[in-house]
Design a protein around this ligand. Structure first.
Ligand code: ATP
Ligand code: MG
Ligand code: FE
Length: 336
């Protein structure tokens, strides 16, 4: 089974050919980061325009790298949502057109299911599992008893972790997207500020990061008012320590409560080196089988969409040419 997968939910135009849900025949990602940097974030209309320019080239390149003709494909998969509606529609219209012209089945994929299934590019998933999704727009603990079965057991009540990384990066004057820059800066710093650990002691699997963000901003204000220069590496390390403490505490509490020994960490923030280090050590200690995708499959890509699409194809979850983009889709609706 060879699936051409397309992903355009945010600021990456991506296409990939995935065989049998895990063999990567090609993986093309064109990032728009350079273009959005000057605005300090993704501008939706600008994103859509870049997708329009790039999409046909990206699809051609994915087929070329895979050394395949459209006739060799089994199906076309595309991110249906969640994401920026204008951006999603570019990928969806490209996928629908491709499917119509080449008479191929069309598979709609949930973007966050894609992030989780990035783990499958390395190893098959083992159930039951808990997935910690930490991306630019989502922070969720998801319980999966089988393929394409999602139960949200906890989620953020305000900011997503990636969003918190990007906002904190902005106030300490790092370029967009700030996550990787904070990661790097933190390596030279220490957890000296003791920022709050949102909801860590509360009996809930939900998260809250807006208090942490405010605490960082207040600290910066205090220092600048007193005319003292703040150690930005320490700010980055302290911020990251707070985030990692909360994420590990909640995740291990969920693993215990649900009696689960398999953990997947998914989404852009799963690329964070401190988070990877802490989870790796704790999973070893607690004998939990940990899967974190390779760095380039943590952030947005189409290979992960092709990996998830394989199971949707098996379950005959297909769309017709009426498929539309949806800026929000509850992943629990995607349980098949
Ligand atoms: P969503 O998947 O929720 O729709 P998105 O697609 O924009 O949102 P991703 O591509 O999964 O999000 O991840 C991007 C986020 O990951 C950004 O917020 C970015 O700062 C963050 N990120 C990337 N690398 C790192 C890192 N090394 N450390 C911390 N954060 C990181
Ligand atoms: Mg992105
Ligand atoms: Fe994403």
């Amino acid at each position: 089974i060879k699936i051409l997968a397309i992903e355009t939910s945010c600021d990456e135009t991506a296409a990939s050919v995935i065989q049998n849900g895990h063999e990567i025949l090609s993986n093309v990602v064109v990032s728009q980061i350079e273009s959005h940097k000057r605005f300090g974030g993704v501008v939706p209309e600008v994103a859509s325009r870049h997708h329009v320019e790039a999409i046909t080239h990206v699809i051609d390149q994915a087929l070329k790298e895979a050394e395949l003709e459209p006739a060799d494909l089994t199906a076309v998969a595309v991110t249906e949502g969640p994401g920026l509606i204008g951006a999603l529609l570019i990928g969806i219209n490209a996928a629908k057109t491709f499917a119509f012209v080449h008479d191929l089945p069309l598979i709609p994929v949930h973007h966050i299911a894609g992030h989780i299934y990035a783990a499958q590019l390395e190893k098959p998933l083992v159930f039951p599992l808990v997935s910690l999704v930490v991306s630019g727009g989502h922070t969720e603990l998801i319980y999966m008893k089988d393929h394409m079965s999602f139960e949200i057991i906890g989620e953020t009540r305000d900011d997503a972790v990636g969003e918190a990384f990007d906002k904190v990066a902005r106030v300490i004057e790092l370029p967009y997207p700030g996550g990787p820059h904070i990661d790097k800066l933190a390596q030279a710093g220490e957890d000296t500020f003791d920022f709050p650990r949102g909801l860590m002691k509360e009996d809930t699997f939900d998260f809250s990061f807006s208090g942490l963000k405010s605490a960082v901003i207040n600290k910066l204000h205090n220092y600048s008012q007193k005319g003292i220069e703040i150690n930005k590496s320490d700010v980055a390390a302290s911020f990251q320590a707070s985030v990692t403490d909360v994420l590990t505490a909640k995740t291990f509490a969920a693993l215990k409560e649900y009696d689960v020994k398999n953990l997947i960490i998914a989404g852009g923030v799963a690329g964070n080196s401190e988070l990877r280090r802490r989870f790796t050590a704790m999973c070893e200690e607690h004998k939990v089988n940990l899967q974190i995708p390779e760095l380039k499959f943590c952030t947005d890509n189409a290979a992960m969409i092709g990996a998830a699409a394989y199971h949707l194809y098996e379950k005959k979850h297909l769309a017709d040419l009426r498929l539309n983009g949806r800026n929000f889709i509850d992943i629990e609706e995607y349980a098949f």
